[in-house]
Design a protein around this ligand. Structure first.
Ligand SMILES: [Zn+2]
Ligand SMILES: [Zn+2]
Length: 170
């Protein structure tokens, strides 16, 4: 996933980059797969530096933190970095926290994988859920409680039902 800055004759410029399946590997434990991603960037040139700002939208397959089911989801994150030569970056080190990305080799191209994965990492929920009301797995037998109920008496059962226990007709 390379952004070639020589492709633009005038700045500011706009770029749209499509990443196909496999271009981005899973970047967190809860990410099973990145199916595709689209990156939109506005690029401004200042001296030898290119200021890139935009967003990434990715179709992903995540693993639910409660029931472990896989589900499709969409992540949208914002992206911002400054592309310049490695020498320029060395001059800036320690001066501020802005994100510098070095050109790959000597030509004016940047590998977007790092900044894109970072943006998606920020967009990823801490605990992805297949549904807000996902019932998770039974802690005793492991049954997926979204699909079936089980007969386990788990201690986490709602205590309000306790009073009903003795009421079963014989
Ligand atoms: Zn779930
Ligand atoms: Zn159970």
């Amino acid at each position: 996933m390379i952004l070639d800055l020589r492709a633009f004759e005038e700045f500011p410029a706009k770029a749209t980059i499509q990443a196909s399946q496999g271009a981005l590997s899973p970047f967190a434990d809860s990410v099973v797969r990145v199916d595709s991603a689209e990156i939109e960037l506005a690029i401004q040139k200042s001296g030898d530096e290119f200021f890139c700002q935009g967003q990434v939208t990715a179709q992903v397959v995540l693993e639910c933190a409660r029931c472990l089911a896989r589900f499709e989801s969409k992540l949208t994150g914002s992206l911002g970095f400054i592309a310049c030569s490695a020498d320029n970056i060395a001059e800036h080190l320690g001066r501020d926290t802005e994100e510098y990305v070095p050109f790959s080799g000597n030509d004016l191209s940047v590998d977007l994988v790092g900044p894109v994965q970072q943006a998606l990492m920020f967009a990823l929920p801490m605990k992805p859920l297949c549904a807000d009301d996902c019932r998770g797995l039974c802690p005793s037998c492991g049954a997926n409680l979204n699909e079936k109920t089980c007969d386990c008496e788990n201690e986490t059962m709602d205590p309000r039902w306790d009073g009903l226990k003795g009421l079963n007709p014989k």
